[in-house]
Design a protein around this ligand. Structure first.
Ligand SMILES: Nc1ncnc2c1ncn2[C@@H]1O[C@H](COP(=O)(O)OP(=O)(O)O)[C@@H](O)[C@H]1O
Ligand SMILES: N[C@@H](CC(=O)OP(=O)(O)O)C(=O)O
Length: 514
């Protein structure tokens, strides 16, 4: 009987090697890597264990990678709360203490376990492990409070606690449901020598191989892997950013040579538009990595943008699937080597054929446009270089740019107060070049599709459709590649614009001239 957790040293332990009476991974079957997001784990942990992981184990060796638990939205999730705890520790006048945030995180995990884990011994071992992890976390936060400083490495360790807690929880739950599972903590997987080379492809490859090696040590036990993969060069939040678990699972998929990498979400896959905003959006059966990367960059929060590059180089397909509909086919992001072999399928009969329409439409909110009208007749030598240097010193990246002889407009993503303040500071500095204007409350609207390069007049149709619907276009920019056309509009028009473009460009019945 499962009498304790199968964990690394320091954690309360049962008999790790003994999988008696528990279902283990089949030996020699191909590997599948499954990644679960925080909100999915927070809401559907039982279904994930019983309806997704267990069935997968009958045909595949299954490895699961988990993000930190969220009970509501990602902003209320464990990672966000850990970041708030770190800020609270540093801020003596903070209204909440880091200790109260940590104790809430701890009690949320314990109450999730109480409601799902039936075995008293597994539950007791889990609570013990949560307490040990929480105490360690508190010691890091208290040290930060005393020093009034958090190094990037300490911040990484603090946020990494989120994935450790969620994986301890999933390991115990799987064991409780009869699965031989093993907790795999990647906190120390990055070797200092590997880290020294920076975030290079070689770094990713070595980390992926180390994760795979650790996973093989689990033998027939299902590895439950922390999506936090250690203190990476320059800090995980800065170098990779939120959503790093997608990348972690991709590194494992490559390292272990998985047959498929599954990203489990709360949507059926990638749609022609955000299904929560455009109810007519249709599920896309297959999509290219380039299109997925564009969509992600332009606001569709489907998968971390660094993920595609890793998996596609190794020709491993990514399948985006829904935790609440495990039998659905999802969307397959087809690696280059397989592209063309699979049919460009689509679901539903409402959509125009693939070669006559773009793949998807998306919006990216919180955009500010910074415009500079030169006070000379022509753009002088050094004008553009000066502008970019100013932006660079404030660490601002430009999403879209449009230039004329005496005028430059740049769209910047201002999703944090810090970035908005940086834009205002830049504007002040740029006044030496001419008249500066800041336009806030904007959205980038992007249409993406690999067939668009051969669709004559698609840009014209996009802009005339917007004009007919009374959507004012603030800025148009030549797309950086042929698979995307984007423009900047008012935030208040975003939903209307996306819906009307979806109807006119994607659906049969919306088109009057075909
Ligand atoms: N084109 C798109 N296809 C699918 N989902 C999209 C698209 N654009 C935006 N989204 C949004 O991305 C989110 C991804 O799903 P979710 O499971 O909530 O993410 P997470 O795994 O981060 O918790 C959904 O909220 C969905 O509305
Ligand atoms: N927990 C981390 C990493 C992550 O990958 O999250 P998710 O898989 O829930 O997007 C975050 O919130 O950023």
């Amino acid at each position: 009987a499962p009498d304790g957790m199968v964990t690394e040293s320091g954690m309360q332990n049962g008999n790790g090697k003994n999988t008696d009476g528990m279902q283990g991974n089949p030996s020699d079957a191909p590997w599948i890597v499954q990644k679960f997001g925080g909100t999915s784990l927070g809401k559907f942990a039982d279904q994930i264990a019983v309806e997704i992981v267990k069935p997968s184990m009958s045909l595949h060796r299954t490895a699961i990678v988990c993000s930190a638990l969220s009970t509501g939205t990602k902003a209320e999730g464990t990672t966000s709360r850990l970041l708030r705890a770190a800020s609270a520790a540093l801020n003596p006048s903070s209204t909440v203490s880091h200790t109260s945030i940590v104790s809430e995180i701890s009690s949320d995990h314990i109450s999730a376990a109480r409601s799902l884990i039936r075995s008293p011994s597994l539950l007791e071992a889990f609570i013990h492990n949560v307490e040990a992890e929480t105490n360690r976390l508190l010691s890091f936060l208290s040290a930060a409070q005393v020093l009034q400083e958090i190094s990037p490495k300490t911040r990484d360790i603090i946020i990494g606690a989120g994935e450790k807690l969620s994986c301890l929880f999933m390991t115990s739950l799987l064991q409780d449901r009869g699965v031989a599972a093993e907790y795999v903590n990647l906190e120390n997987i990055v070797h200092p020598l590997t880290a020294a080379q920076g975030l290079t492809q070689e770094f990713y490859k070595e980390v992926g191989e180390s994760i795979a090696e650790r996973v093989r040590e689990c033998e027939d036990r299902v590895p439950v892997i922390t999506g936090f993969f250690g203190t990476v060069p320059g800090s995980i939040l800065v170098s990779v950013g939120r959503g790093y678990t997608d990348l972690c699972a991709a590194l494992l998929a490559v390292g272990i040579g998985a047959e498929e990498y599954q990203v489990w979400k709360e949507v059926d896959g990638i749609f022609t538009a955000d299904p929560r905003k455009v109810p007519q959006a249709q599920l896309i059966a297959t999509i290219t990595p380039e299109e997925t990367a564009e969509l992600t960059y332009w606001g569709a929060e489907v998968i971390h943008p660094f993920t595609m590059e890793q998996v596609m180089g190794a020709h491993i397909p990514i399948r985006v699937k829904n935790v609440t509909n495990p039998l659905g086919q999802g969307t397959v992001i087809v690696p280059r080597s397989l592209d063309g072999l699979t049919s460009p399928g689509q679901h539903g009969g409402l959509l125009k054929p693939r070669f006559l329409r773009p793949t998807a439409v998306t919006t990216k909110t919180d955009i500010t446009v910074l415009s500079i009208r030169s006070n000379r007749k022509n753009l002088s030598h050094g004008f553009l270089a000066g502008i970019f240097q100013t932006l660079d010193t404030r660490r601002l990246a430009v999403d879209l740019i449009s230039t004329s002889e005496v005028h430059v407009s740049m769209a910047v993503h201002t999703d944090t107060t810090q970035r908005m303040n940086a834009v205002v500071a830049c504007a002040r500095e740029l006044e030496k070049w001419g008249e500066v204007e800041i336009l806030k409350g904007l959205t980038i609207l992007a249409v993406v599709g690999k067939h668009m390069k051969s669709m004559v007049g698609i840009a014209g149709k996009m802009f005339s459709t917007l004009a007919e619907s009374g959507v004012n276009i603030e800025m148009i920019s030549q797309g950086s590649n042929e698979i995307n056309i984007s423009c900047v509009i008012q935030e208040k028009d975003a939903l209307k614009a996306m819906t009307i473009l979806h109807t006119k460009l994607f659906l049969f019945q919306g088109d009057d001239d075909e």
